[in-house]
Design a protein around this ligand. Structure first.
Ligand code: GLN
Length: 231
């Protein structure tokens, strides 16, 4: 492990909704924030010569916190959307994601998003998954504060499906969720994650893009990717 930044180094406050493994979550033992985004932001901070502090924030509170100056950056598996880009400055895309569905292991009727018409869908509040679920005809969409609560609702029989980011669904299933649930065929893969800074903070946006480029060139990004997603 690298030593911390020198005392007095500037602190970059990074907002993240930290129950979204493998991107940001709390390590059960150490209680430290860990994950792909956390490692990436630490590497970016190192590149910029600043210390990174994770501020756990509700997903639907991240953009308001950025606008209010409580945090400097959002790194929270946040999909770049036109609507969000009106309020924040996004970095270049740093991760290719997409949406998918998780249903109960014994469900053989849901294969596509259309199959969810009229069904009960659990989602995380304020997410692209929630927006997608709301587009489905007659679906009864219930919003939870975290993806893990949405998975619990599925398990408890209160929902027919969870619509959430593909890599997060996959991680949930490989970490034991597959005893009760499974991934369904259709995937909407046109989503990219971006790091967000305040609209007026173009200088910081530029520094983050530069650091991202450097991490891609020096192999650090690939190392972090492999740590969390394998080769
Ligand atoms: N990528 C999704 C979105 O931006 C979900 C992000 C999340 O829940 N952390 O809406």
């Amino acid at each position: 492990n690298q030593p911390a930044q020198p005392a007095g180094a500037k602190v970059l406050k990074v907002g993240a909704e930290a129950t979204f493994p493998p991107f940001e979550f709390q390590d059960e033992k150490s209680k430290e924030y860990v994950g792909f985004d956390v490692d990436m932001m630490k590497a970016i901070g190192k590149q910029m010569g600043v210390e990174v502090q994770i501020v756990n924030t509700a997903f639907d509170g991240l953009i308001p916190a950025l606008e209010g100056g409580q945090i400097d950056v959002i790194a929270s598996a946040m999909t770049i959307t036109d609507e969000r880009a009106k309020k924040v400055n996004f970095s270049k895309p740093y991760y290719q994601a997409g949406l998918s569905m998780v249903v109960k292991a014994d469900n053989d009727t849901v294969k596509t998003f259309k199959d969810l018409e009229g069904k009960r869908i659990a989602v995380q509040i304020g997410t692209t998954g929630a927006a997608q679920a709301r587009k489905i005809k007659d679906a009864k969409v219930r919003e939870f504060n975290s993806a893990s609560e949405a998975y619990l609702e599925l398990k408890a029989g209160g929902a027919d499906a969870v619509v959430n980011d593909l890599p997060v669904n996959q991680y949930f299933l490989t970490k034991g969720g597959d005893k009760d649930a499974k991934l369904v065929g259709e995937i909407l893969d046109a989503e990219e994650y971006g790091i967000a800074v305040a609209k007026k903070n173009t200088e910081l946006a530029g520094k983050i893009n530069k650091a991202l480029d450097e991490l891609k060139q020096n192999g650090e990004y690939a190392k972090i990717y492999e740590k969390w997603f394998g080769k």
